[in-house]
Design a protein around this ligand. Structure first.
Ligand code: C2E
Ligand code: MG
Ligand code: MG
Length: 557
């Protein structure tokens, strides 16, 4: 420090310039007596500085010090300038050229001459400093380098691909073997990936268990797929070398540079993440190539989800219950209706329940919407009963409602609240794999049947048809799905099958409702198997409350 004291301001500035090429930090000197500030010229690229040297510190600092931090900084500098403080050590924010705050730690030493404060000499470090290496994976390339590589502001789009690799179920490795083991494994995976790369390919760790390989020198999608396969093989070797302590797989998402309009970090991250998540959703341990069509339908689904959520929060505005009549074909008597949900969005228009019900189920939104639908339908049923006293209302229930809420209680209270008898209500549940051996389901089923609510097994004849359901669940009604009905109407073999099945179902004292009858001809043919109920366009399409009253209730009175 003594030697420094002897140097002139110009010489000190020269020292700063000398060190500039060897440092990422910013050396500075503040000449207190002349009110002059000098900083390494590299600070000019990073901060909104007027120049790398200037007089009138108080005014000029205002331009690039974050508003809130200006006064505390000036106070500290004042104490130094007055000799009350010998050291400056402050964490605060400077602004970058875009006006965004950047956290810095500014440290400095006061140099006095003949007891008069003369210079403040020091260094500025960025605290949120861009990380250049990743100690966990052992990779020199971290996401900050990737940002630098991609966000070049250049219009030129190189040919090549990006391969995003994610370790499948890495959480389980951490849970079972500990975080330290997980970190060690990440390092090994990174080395395995690196070992498969050529000199012009690079790998970056982007998030905890995900890596991005860049090939911007002409690699094709096929090259990307074979690279993924090579890496997977290398990982298998790694697992064996590790004595199978952790057995895991990797998934991959490939994005060709031809599928992007600009090489921006944010868009590469978004689209490569989509490709990887597709591979994970399709079963993991595989790789998927980004496809604009898939992405569009994914975006559409997101828009629809947003729209459904908005509607729910807006007092279910956009949802409406439609009612489709169910008739007893022998007597032509109106037995009741099935309540079917509709959703209309201002931009998307009318959306089919086949599209939106699965989204409501996946997001859990079926719980509030199901609650709303239950009350709407039961309230409508009560009003229909004012004119047709033995009217029944069929309500569709999702297995998610069975699993996630006390739906039997909800149904029974709603029945009482709307002044109905439990026997007026039929709950329709779709046959599905998720219903199998579910203890909640049997409890729910028991509670409702015990109180007299009828239960219908919906969509019978599709997918999971299993006669054990009939025995295990003991429903009151079997609803034959339209797809089965159509096949039976076109094909003799299917017709015989349907006929035999109805005999069997009847012998079990269960009722049958055939869905999807559209014409008189179809009705005549289906009547030969003597179904208890018929539902289909022949009798009527689902329609809103008012129309239903007009078309069916008033006719039945
Ligand atoms: P689902 O419960 O099997 O309902 C019968 C479907 O068949 C309805 O389709 C109905 O419009 C249609 N359908 C009835 N007769 C005919 C016919 O003669 N020809 C043709 N082509 N179609 C006919 P929708 O309304 O589009 O509903 C589709 C599915 O969405 C329903 O199948 C049900 O699984 C589900 N869904 C509808 N509303 C609700 C609801 O409120 N809650 C739940 N959880 N699911 C619902
Ligand atoms: Mg149904
Ligand atoms: Mg059905």
């Amino acid at each position: 420090m003594n030697m420094m004291k002897k140097l002139s301001m110009d010489q000190l500035c020269e020292v700063i310039d000398l060190f500039r090429p060897c440092m990422d930090d910013y050396l500075y000197i503040f000449d207190i007596t002349k009110d002059y500030f000098y900083i390494s010229s590299n600070a000019m690229d990073r901060f909104a500085l007027p120049a790398n040297c200037f007089y009138d510190v108080t005014t000029n600092f205002k331009q690039f010090v974050y508003g809130e931090d200006y006064d505390p900084l000036m106070e500290d500098l004042q104490q130094i300038a007055s000799g009350h403080k010998l050291e400056h050590n402050l964490v605060y924010r400077w602004l970058n050229p875009d006006g965004k705050p950047v956290w810095i730690n500014c440290r400095g030493q006061l140099i006095t001459r003949e007891d008069t404060p003369c210079y403040l000499i020091g260094c500025i470090n960025e605290i949120g400093r861009i990380q250049k290496a990743d100690n966990v994976s052992g990779l020199l390339m971290s996401s900050s380098n990737l940002i630098k590589l991609l966000d070049t502001d250049s219009d030129w789009l190189p040919e090549g691909y990006l391969l995003r690799i994610g370790i499948d179920d890495f959480k389980e490795v951490n849970e079972h073997l500990g975080i330290e083991y997980g970190d060690m494994l990440l390092g090994k995976v990174a080395s395995a990936i690196q070992a498969c790369l050529s000199d012009d390919q690079m790998v970056f760790r982007i998030v905890s268990d995900e890596f991005l390989v860049t090939d911007l020198t002409g690699g094709t999608i096929e090259d990307g797929i074979s690279l993924y396969k090579r890496i997977r093989q290398k990982i298998d070797e790694l697992i064996a070398d590790n004595h199978y302590e952790a057995v895991f797989t990797i998934s991959g998402g490939i994005l060709s540079t031809q599928d992007i309009t600009e090489l921006k970090y944010s868009s590469v991250m978004k689209l490569s993440e989509f490709a990887l998540s597709l591979a994970k959703r399709r079963g993991k341990n595989m790789c998927c190539v980004y496809n604009a069509e898939d992405y569009q339908s994914f975006r559409k689904r997101l828009d629809l989800t947003r729209s459904l959520r908005r509607a729910i929060n807006n007092n279910f505005d956009g949802f409406e219950m439609y009612y489709q009549p169910i008739f007893e074909p022998k007597s032509n008597h109106l037995h009741g209706a099935e309540a079917l949900m509709r959703f209309k969005d201002e931009e998307l228009g009318m959306v089919s329940p086949v599209e939106f019900i699965p989204i409501l189920e996946e997001t859990g939104l079926i719980i509030p919407v199901g609650h709303w639908a239950l009350h709407q339908s039961l309230s409508a049923c009560k009003k229909f009963q004012d004119m047709v006293p033995d009217f029944h209302m069929n309500i569709n229930l999702s297995y998610v409602q069975v699993q996630k809420c006390d739906i039997s209680h909800e149904i029974l209270s709603a029945v009482i609240e709307h002044g109905l008898r439990p026997t007026d209500v039929v709950i329709e549940l779709t046959e599905s794999g998720s219903l199998e051996s579910n203890p909640r389901l049997s409890k729910f089923w028991e509670k409702l049947t015990h109180r007299g609510v009828h239960l219908a097994l919906d969509d019978f004849g599709t997918g999971y048809s299993n006669f054990h359901y009939l025995y295990d669940l003991k429903p009151d009604i079997i609803k034959i799905d339209r797809s089965f009905t159509s096949k039976a109407l076109q094909n003799e073999y299917e017709y015989n099958l349907l006929s035999l099945m109805s005999d069997m179902v009847r012998s079990m004292q269960l009722q049958i409702c055939v869905e999807g009858i559209e014409t008189q001809e179809e009705l005549t043919r289906i009547q030969q198997i003597s179904p208890t109920y018929i539902q289909g366009y022949f009798y009527g399409r689902p329609c809103p409350y008012g129309e239903f009253v007009q078309k069916y209730i008033q006719q039945a009175v």
